[in-house]
Design a protein around this ligand. Structure first.
Ligand code: UT7
Length: 307
């Protein structure tokens, strides 16, 4: 038994902060941000929060899957920016959507959170404990960013993405994931404080480890990079995605990107991109897709699925 994605949804706040406006707040420029990151604008919450955005994304995924919220057995919500510590955001989403039979919990693995949450859902499905699982990535990182620190505030945006996963006899799921707590100090956020990051170290970590973990999961399945239809990477920086494509010697066209419009939405970036590609009808049944995440922890991983 494997999980199969049968619904996707996403939500981004209407409020947009573009590079021009940002350069009036902090000493930066549109040209610098675009050249170093590929980001042009990002969505930032006004009235929304992690739970309200997650709820909107979840409702769209449930609608696409054509199921009732009461059928959901489990909700796993990946976030590192919940407004409230208790109750967990997954329980708050449960209340909003009426998923009365679901067991709910949050998972924090920073920008790798969605990937680990998806893997967790698959483990429950493979062990036949649950049949219908909602996996969400939702972040309000604008609340954790210092808009006086140009090295971080240009990067992050808010949003949520969700996938509805149902048990299926066939289908493909294979994962490799890693964590390295020893290097954790390069990207931190203390309670009540702002995100602090050594950008160059995180950049180097990503361009070295993401291609390696993708090759690991391919090797595990005796596959070659050119057998993969799309690589859905965590959207942190256009240059990171380009470096990964180059290392794998795969055409950049197989690496969808939307970092330009969203910035880095941490655990929400992969499901937001999946939903965009799905709604554009780019994802066809049987396609092989690798999702890859990386971020604070340090943590990273690659997951191979069949659409
Ligand atoms: O989800 C995972 C989390 N994080 C990431 O994936 C981030 C990974 N890292 C990065 O994406 C890049 O390291 C950054 C985009 C954060 C920075 O780009 P960089 O090419 O590594 O720049 P840098 O830190 O080496 O800085 C180069 C210069 C410095 O000036 P000097 O010392 O050369 O005079 C910085 O002070 O650029 C300056 N700088 C800026 N200038 C204009 C740094 N930030 C800015 C800015 N605007 N926003």
């Amino acid at each position: 038994m494997n999980g199969h994605i049968c619904g996707t949804g996403a939500y981004a706040p209407k409020n947009i902060l573009d590079n021009q406006k940002l350069s009036q707040i902090v000493d930066t420029s549109d040209a610098w941000i675009q050249e170093r990151t590929g980001i042009v604008s990002r969505h930032l919450v006004l009235e929304e929060d992690t739970v309200t955005m997650a709820t909107q994304a979840a409702k769209k995924a449930i609608e696409m899957a054509g199921i009732s919220a009461e059928e959901i057995d489990l909700i796993v919500l990946a976030t590192c920016s919940a407004k409230r510590l208790l109750p967990c955001s997954a329980c708050e989403v449960q209340k909003e959507i009426g998923a009365i039979h679901a067991t709910c919990f949050d998972l924090n693995a920073a920008c790798t959170g969605f990937l680990y949450a998806y893997n967790t859902a698959q483990a429950y499905l493979q062990s036949n404990l649950y049949k219908t699982i909602l996996v969400i990535g939702a972040e309000t990182l604008s609340r954790q960013v210092d808009y006086k620190d140009r090295s971080t505030c240009i990067l992050f945006g808010d949003g949520a993405g969700a996938v509805l996963v149902k048990a299926k006899e066939q289908g493909m799921f294979s994962m490799i994931s890693h964590s390295e707590g020893e290097k954790g100090e390069v990207l931190t956020c203390e309670q009540g404080d702002y995100i602090k990051m050594n950008g160059q170290e995180v950049f180097k970590f990503a361009v070295r480890n993401v291609p390696n973990v993708i090759l690991e999961v391919l090797q595990k399945n005796k596959m070659k990079p050119d057998e993969i239809d799309y690589f859905i990477l965590h959207q942190a920086n256009k240059r990171i995605v380009e470096a990964v494509a180059k290392r794998l010697q795969v055409d950049i066209g197989k690496f969808p990107m939307n970092v330009k419009d969203y910035g880095n939405t941490s655990s929400a970036s992969i499901p937001i991109l999946l939903d965009e590609w799905n709604r554009k009808k780019k994802l066809k049944p049987g396609m092989k897709i690798i999702m890859a995440g990386f971020g604070a922890g340090l943590s990273w991983g690659a997951t191979l699925i069949e659409w």
